[in-house]
Design a protein around this ligand. Sequence first.
Ligand SMILES: Nc1ncnc2c1ncn2[C@@H]1O[C@H](COP(=O)(O)OP(=O)(O)OP(=O)(O)O)[C@@H](O)[C@H]1O
Length: 254
Amino acid sequence: MPAPATPALQVKDLGLTIGGATILEGVDLEVEKGSFVGVIGPNGAGKTTLFNIVSGITRPTSGTVLIDGRDVTDLSVHRRARAGLGRTFQTSSLFPQLTVRENVRMAAQVALGGSLSPWRFPRPDDAATRAAEEHLVEVGLADKMELPSGSLSHGDKRKLEIAVLRATDADVVLLDEPMAGVGSGDVGALSETIREMHRSQGSTLLMVEHHMEVLLGLVDRVAVMYFGTIIAFDTPEAVMNNPTVQSAYLGTGA
Ligand SMILES: Nc1ncnc2c1ncn2[C@@H]1O[C@H](COP(=O)(O)OP(=O)(O)OP(=O)(O)O)[C@@H](O)[C@H]1O
């Protein structure tokens, strides 16, 4: 029998205590390579804290984080990025004065083995510029490449963040509320962009998103968090029909 494939991401018995308060406790999660996992739960359940621990912003009190089988629990944010982890934030992490193209070009330049230098004058035919332009076409920002990213609408900034993520070529991508603040007219296009990123890049995605309809339409599996623990991890349908989830999270059922 072939050995089971190494999961793209594993968290084992993760715990976080701050000032005597238990924020996370006994969190276990195994995410298969190439899968798309949604993380849901009421406000304050620990979703962002989990993402902060996986991406290295917050150190857990106990437990381990493995990316592609490698223990990264003690690695910095930067070294985890090198190990193949990418992430978006609830608030924008773009460089507002730089153009839309330049924001993506810098990420592409790093992914192609170069340094992170916004000052290097780009040639229009260099590989990073070409890659940036391709990603901007994919997310629907082809006609806005010359604009400063700070001048974009909220929905366009979120599309730009997806283009930046695509350019980093990360294996495991954490999306923290990509639809937050996005107008209803932009939600469909942005979720298509995310679906396409997953399909074409073969990356493993985890997404926290309060927009339940969007989340359930995109993901293969859903992890439900409640008071710092994971109370269910299953297909969207099974999770929605799970009586524990219904009573704990949705406030209905058993
Ligand atoms: N640095 C901190 N110090 C103290 N408490 C914290 C800290 N970070 C998070 N918390 C608490 O931990 C709990 C989980 O917060 P977290 O932001 O992870 O929840 P969440 O599920 O992402 O919520 P939301 O859906 O509102 O974004 C909350 O009660 C929060 O107040």
